[in-house]
Design a protein around this ligand. Structure first.
Ligand code: PGA
Length: 259
């Protein structure tokens, strides 16, 4: 029988909306398991229209992976090293993430770009590593407040996309997360027209149908309006992903298709 999508799901009709939770450096084992079990339980008994992805800290990957078995929720890392293995104390390779049950890895988050000095070249090398290990890379780009104020938003994000994404990108191995640096954790958002403009510019520079997530202060109250913007293929959610009710509310923004 024909699937009837609600009108707003223009991207979802081609490729499902992806709602990814970036837990950052949050959660001890008991918290992480509780949160993952809660979400997995809801996903098992409810029909969700979107794809769901949890990106917990590395110490919780195995536990969260076990908690979400059979729920349809996917698992992702928050960073990877370009090499497969070797003398890189403190680092985790894409192969290790894959071995821990990950399907995705976030690469080049602005917190890593600013706090660890990661360059576009580093992000490109890590993205190639993710692909080598069979992971989908979620490559983050976004302008600083200074770039925005000086009218260089589009220039900055297109420069990051072109330098951070290696040759060989496809709609299956790549997701872009557009995260204005100044919007992360601040409660501030660009105007909807500005999000649309940024996503359209990115879409023109990556393979057709590649999902572009918006990230930066997404919550249950603003998610629907953001996800309705043309070329927005999902959301990368930070602080609101740490509360099961809040993350679930974002996930339920779009009702499942009517069969
Ligand atoms: P936020 O974080 O939702 O807390 O703004 C988003 C992110 O950094 O990925």
């Amino acid at each position: 029988m024909r699937t009837v999508w609600p009108p707003a799901t223009k991207i979802a009709a081609q490729r499902r909306i992806l709602i990814a939770g970036n837990w950052k450096m949050n959660g001890l084992r008991a918290d992480g398991v509780r949160l993952a079990c809660n979400l997995a339980e809801r996903a098992r008994i409810n029909d969700v229209a979107c794809e769901l992805l949890l990106c917990p800290p590395a110490t919780l990957l195995s536990l969260v992976g076990a908690a979400i078995v059979g729920s349809g929720i996917q698992l992702g890392g928050q960073d990877c090293h370009p090499a497969a293995a070797g003398p890189f104390t403190g680092s985790i390779s894409a192969e290790m993430l894959r071995d821990a049950g990950c399907t995705h890895v976030i690469i080049g988050h602005s917190e890593r770009r600013s706090a660890y000095g990661e360059s576009d070249a580093d992000v490109q090398a890590k993205t190639a590593a993710a692909w080598r290990a069979g992971l989908t890379a979620i490559v983050c780009v976004g302008e600083t407040r200074e770039e925005r104020v000086s009218g260089r938003t589009i220039e900055a994000i297109i420069r990051q996309v072109s330098r951070s994404v290696p040759d060989g990108a496809t709609a299956d191995n790549l997701v872009i997360a557009y995260e204005p640096v100044w919007a992360i954790g601040s409660g501030q958002l660009p105007k909807h027209g500005e999000i649309g403009e940024a996503h359209a510019a990115i879409a023109a520079n990556i393979p057709p149908a590649t999902r572009i997530l918006y990230g930066g202060s997404v919550n249950a109250r603003n998610a629907l309006d953001i996800l309705r913007i043309t070329d927005v293929g999902g959301a990368l959610v930070g602080s609101a992903s740490l509360c099961a009710d809040d993350f679930w509310a974002v996930a339920k923004t779009f009702p499942p298709p009517i069969h």
